[in-house]
Every structure is written in C-alpha cells, then in structure tokens.
Design a binder for this molecule. Sequence first.
Ligand code: GLA
Length: 697
Amino acid sequence: MSEPVPGVWVLRTPRSAYVLSLGGEDVPLAAHWGAPVDDDAAVALAKVPFDAARGSWESHVDGREEYPSDTGMRFVEPALALRFRDGGRTVRWVFGAGEVDGADPGHLRLRYTELTRPLRLVLHYRVSAAHDVIERWAELQTDVPVEVLRADSAAWCPPPREGYRLGSLHGRWGADSRLERSALPDGVVRLGSRRTTTSPMHNPWIALDDGTATETTGEVWTAALAWSGTWRIDVQRLPAGRVVANVGAGHEEPVASLSGGTTYATPRSCGLWSDGGFGAASRAWHDYVRGHVLPHGDELRPVLYNSWEATGFLLDEANQMALAERAAALGCELFVMDDGWFGARVSDNAGLGDWLPNSTRFPNGLGPLIKRVGELGMRFGIWVEPEAVNPDSDLYRAHPDWVYASPGYPRHEMRNQLVLDLGRPDVAAWLHGWLDTLLTDNDIAFVKWDMNRPVTDPGPQRDLLWSSRHALNLYAILDRLRRDHPHVRFESCASGGGRVDLGILARTDQVWPSDNTDASDRLHIQEGFSQLYPARAMTAWVTDAPNFLTGNRLPLRYRFHVAMAGVLGIGGDLAHWSPEEQATAAELIARYKRIRPIVQHGALHRLRSPRESDAPALAYLSASGEEAAVFQLLDGHRYGEPAPPARLPFLPPGTWQDADTGTRYPAAFLAVHGLDAGLYRNHDSAVTHLRRVSRPA
Ligand code: GLA
C-alpha cells in the first residue's frame, strides 16, 4: 500500500496493482486494475482524462466510479441507493480520510460523511502479500432511520478495452456450474439468485476478458461474492465501452431497513487480475481459497463413502453396516450415512425436522453403527437438512408458525417440504440445539449439511429476509458448531451445487458440486467449478453403472479417473459390485491416496476442455513442483480420430519419471510432444503420476 500523492492510493498484491484516486466531488475512482506499477505510473494513471468524446448526456465518472450512488451526475446502476423517512434519496459523500490499519498494512479504509445527514460510509479495501485477491466491502453507519435499497460490496471497473467478454457459471439441478463465455452486450447483464441460497442457476462469480484471453494467455479480471443468500451481479457495458460490475447481496429492493444508530456491513466481494489467462486466474483463486477461505485448507480430505445412491431412503442399521464393511475393505476412510436415518423419514414425504434416529431402523440409536464404523477404521459422517421441514412431521405439528409463509395466502411445497424461518431467534436456537446435542452425544466427524428447496412464501419481510437474516443466522450456527466441535468437518450441499460460494466455504470443508454423478457430465461440471473453487473442496463420487440420472454405462476406471480429480468418494451400491470391480476400486483408491496431495494441494492446469475436445485432459502440479498427476480421457470420441498426447509445458525442467512404469521423459519432451497415454477407444482414460527425478545441471 502506498499513497504517493494525497488522494492516490496504490494497493499491491504479489502480481498485480490496484490504483484508486480521489476525483472531483470527492468521488473515488478506479485508476488502474492490472499489472504492477510503480508510484510514478500510478500518479500518471490517476490523471488520465475520461473519454474526450463524451457528449452532454454522459457523466464524468460513470465506468470509473468505485461506489456509485443513485443521485448526482451519474447514470450507471447504483452500488448504493438509500431512501430516508422524508422520502429523500439524495446523498453526497464528503471525503474524510484514507486510513491504513497499522496492524494490517494491507487494509485501506476510505471514510466519508454525508453532506446534510448524519450518515457515514466506509469503503474497505484489503490486500495481502500472500495472494492476488483484493477484498472489498462497504460499511454504512447511520444515526437516522434509512432504508437501504441497494448496498453492493463493490463496483469493479476493469480498464477500457475493446470487445469485452463475460465468463459466468450457470446451471440447474443436475447440470450445475456450466461455464459460459459470451460477448458482453451494451446494457446490463444481470446474474443472481432470488432463491434464498446461492442457487445452481448462477454462481456469484464472473471473469471478464477482452475476447482474446485463452487458458494460458491474456488478461482476465475476475470477481466473486462471499455470500450464501440472495445476490446480484450487474455487469454493465456503458456507451463508451467502459465496463462496470456491481457485486452485492440481495436481489430486489430494499436490502435492509436501518434504524438510527446502526451499522450495515456488506459481505465481501473479492476481485483479482491475472495476465496468465483463465488458467492462471483459476490457480490464483485456488491459492486464495485454500490459504485464506477454507477453515483447514492445508488438510487432506479423506476418501469418503456416501450411502445415498446405494440405499436411498431404504436404509437401516444392517444395510449401513454391510456397506461400511465393504467401503472399509476398499480403503474408504470416512463413512457418511445419508438421508433416511431419522423420524418417519422413509421417503421424502415425512419426518424432515424430527432429528432422532428412526427407532425401527436404529433400535439402539446410532451408537452401534458408529461403533462398527470406528472398528472398521473409518470415521463416521451424517446427513442433515436442518433448514427444512416436512408438513408431516412432529416438528411441524408442534410449530406450524416456524415456517416461512405469507399469511392469508396458500403456501407452496417443493419436494414435499417447507423452509424454517431461520431469521427467528427461537428457530435458530432450536436448530443449533439439536445439532449441538447430536454432535456432543455421538462420535461424528463429518456433517453433510443439505438444503433442498428455495423459499417461495417469505411473507411481508420478503426482501429483507431473503437478503440477509437467513444466511447470517446460518453462518452464526455453523461458526458456533465449528467452535464447539472443532474436530467436525462440514460439507455444503443444496440439491448438489446450490450453495457453493466463498461465504459458505469459509465455514465448510468441502462442497457437493452436483447430484449428477455421471462421469461424462461431471467433466463439464468440474471444469466450471474449477474456474473459482479448488479441487480440495470438490467432492466427487464414483457411482453405479448405469448412472441413476443419465442411464450412461461408463467403465469403472473412467468413473474413478474423473472422480480422482477432486476429493474422491464412493457412492455406489457396493453390495452389487463384483469381486473384480471391488479389486479395481481398491487399487484405484490406493492410487488416489498416492496422488491425493498433488490433486488436493497442487496447481491445476486445464489442458483440453471437455467443451472443446473429445479428449479432455488436465493436470495438477504439486506445490513443491516435484510431482504431477495427469488426467487424460476420451469422451464422445470416434474411433480412429486423433487423440494427441497431452502437452505439459508447465513442468519444471529436468527429467520426469512415470511412477508406475518407470519410463523417463525430459521435461522439454513432455512440453513439446506430450504424454502419450495410449488412449484410442471412447471412454478410455488414464491418470499418470509423474515425479521429477533429476534437475538440469
Ligand atoms: C439432495 C442431495 C443428495 C441427497 C439427497 C437426500 O438431493 O443433493 O446428495 O443427500 O438430497 O435426500
């Protein structure tokens, strides 16, 4: 951080710089977001005049303003919009100070006061010497009541370039995190969720480039939101081609209603720039998520078994024990019992909310199963869906008023369930209470926290509720459970990838990216997921053939090879796996354990995209640079067509050896020719473990 001249601030990350300057009317302007610059260049950048061709219809600051409000000479989508009791909406922010925190020299606060009303605004910027992410958020302190119609975390302003392109993740149930890149049109492109949770429809992440970036080259400006409630990202392309992306919580107005004497802080938006293409941008995100977001990013996640696709709602003590025995024999380290263990939950019609073991299925409680799992050398994990309730449940019969509802209107069920109003203190206390008891009374090491429907009938408080209280109480409960049960790890799931974001990842250890476990579809889901989120957080199960969703029959090795690119899990019905299949599984799980540190902690290189190639390939390079795991697969491949070896130009120089066959290759050979995996039939696949055995003299 430096302030070379008053009113010009330079934020520096290891590989980028961000320059801010104070413009006319005290407006904070983005002067630069990109390559490192020295102070002289920063001062020059802060003096760049704005668009000489501007006519009388345009603003001086649109496209460069860091936090535009909705009044004054500006016409972009506002990042901040307020309405006072007297109906007034005008604000004019008067600059007070730019302060750097002595204890945290990367944290800059720009302090403002409102010209006529007792309100203060603080714009926060935080950078660190350890990663390239710039964290931004805003804080509004008011002494008078005010409705916050909009309060984004940040408006991100990449520099003027021709031909901006927008990368985003969209999807739906069973088709999560699909990557899309398309030319950014003039106007506003809005991504978001008004479904209470992050949602699989869009993920709060964007990547902008000038249309020429590739996986390995070009500048990329990318931003995300650390928030698990409703949200909105408005990407605007302004008349002169300038681009601004407003990133924030909440969807419709208002997002908060403040009484006098309160402070409203937005969640964080994180942004980063890279000039190494989409691949380098993703690796920078992964470093940040592992190092600064995940609670234990340096931990290796165990190979888990999950019972959902095997036993569905038909589980009991005997079949779970039988699955656990098989899972342990294959080498699984964590046994997770999914939905159906509690109350009258023998289908999705009843029992959700009654969190005591079903007495027919578990006559002696969970103890015997947990004990058996422990004897088998595995840890025990359990599925819960704490925020939802079946109307046919004792909980609902006792507390019909605990669910979201619009009084006087018919309510809507989805998957036969309603959502508990987690904004209510009594509901939040009950929810924390039973989970705390469950974790205190049982030796549970892992909780899969699911959430299988959005809120549809949120009652009179609609927007306030959707935007904050539910998510904030969810965070508070997770934080408290983590503090009181530090050995427990959590998985975030919402019918698959419906709650994947940097906010939930700060309090969970991994996420379930999709209910679709078809390995061929997963290639696409995982590629989208990997744009922002690291393999360390990506649970990936090997399930049965045919796949329950797609009907595809894919070879077992292929299913394994796709899942081994993340946190490997097994989700098949092991009771029906043949001895040969079990032997293959045991061999591949052992193999995964050897490459696990490379996959979970290494740097991802996407070599060929499944969107563009029928021979997708990717690789991880270990943090030390001494080992690599190379994944090559044929997907949709026609016999006899070329499947060229995957080239590995990122390997450090020296001689590399295939850890299984002993074959040696010079790094330069692997860079120019590539690693030939001998694949030729559709759904052939290979995972090659390479080690550097000598360095250049
Ligand atoms: C959701 C989850 C699944 C499974 C079921 C159980 O669909 O995404 O993994 O846990 O609920 O009902």
